[in-house]
Ligand binder design. Structure first.
Ligand code: AMP
Length: 218
């Protein structure tokens, strides 16, 4: 089961990826998470990536693609994976196709989270993340029991710097210009399935579950 989740920031890809990963026992590969880890650890990739991420720009294709191909080659990804936040450019999509052809394998389905800008802005501005375990909350939709404290590990919740207003606008512009063309790219391959990113977590999971059944993936 080789899945790509495509859609704007704040569409709920990460939340669905986490649920799908648990359900189907395949890894959730989030380039955003891998890059944030690299920034935190001060690794070479992190140093190169931090400036782009801080401005809401894309990290260069070469860095991200190499990172994903390495991650996809690990044994836990042999049976499949869920890509969240990759590919984000046509160039990355072509590189992914090439890497899959070499295995040989292919992406089974691309789930496109079509999401209104109202939802996206609301989700991103209210998102809070646990500094320790990375669990995502929302001040209104998924509030923690105690303000600013993670229910799962008592870690401190914070707002991602790139979720602040100025950077969000840039991220959405970058999405429209660089990532949206992938909708067409995958539609032409006949593997694009559209869902509504405006739906709640459980309803959306049911829709995706049905798609996997229709595609005979589950
Ligand atoms: P995300 O958590 O997916 O919203 O990603 C956070 C940031 O990481 C993005 O705004 C980019 O700066 C960077 N990033 C994540 N995935 C990619 C990618 N596939 N290509 C380039 N940059 C990426």
């Amino acid at each position: 089961m080789r899945i790509v989740l495509l859609g704007p920031p704040g569409a709920g890809k990460g939340t669905q990826a986490a649920v799908l990963s648990r359900e189907y026992k395949i890894p959730h590969i989030s380039t955003g998470d891998i890059l944030r880890e690299a920034v935190k650890s001060g690794a070479g990739i992190g140093l190169a990536a931090a400036a782009f991420m801080g401005k809401g720009e894309l990290v260069p294709d070469k860095i991200v693609t190499a990172m994903v191909i390495e991650r996809m080659g690990k044994t836990d990804a042999e049976k499949g994976f869920i890509l969240d936040g990759f590919p984000r450019t046509l160039n990355q999509a072509r590189e992914l196709d090439e890497a899959m052809n070499k295995i040989p394998s292919k992406v089974d389905v691309v789930i496109y989270f079509e999401t209104s800008s109202k939802t996206v802005i609301n989700r991103l501005s209210g998102r809070r993340v646990c500094k320790t375990c990375g669990f995502n909350y929302h001040v209104k939709n998924i509030p923690p029991k105690e303000d600013g404290v993670c229910d799962k590990c008592d870690g401190v919740l914070f707002q991602r710097p790139d979720d602040k207003e100025g950077t969000v606008i840039n991220r959405l512009e970058v999405y429209e210009a660089e990532t949206k063309p992938l909708v067409d790219y995958y539609a032409k391959q006949g593997i694009l399935r559209k869902v509504s990113g405006d739906m709640g977590v459980d309803d959306l999971f049911s829709v995706i579950f049905k798609i996997f059944a229709e595609e005979k993936l589950a």
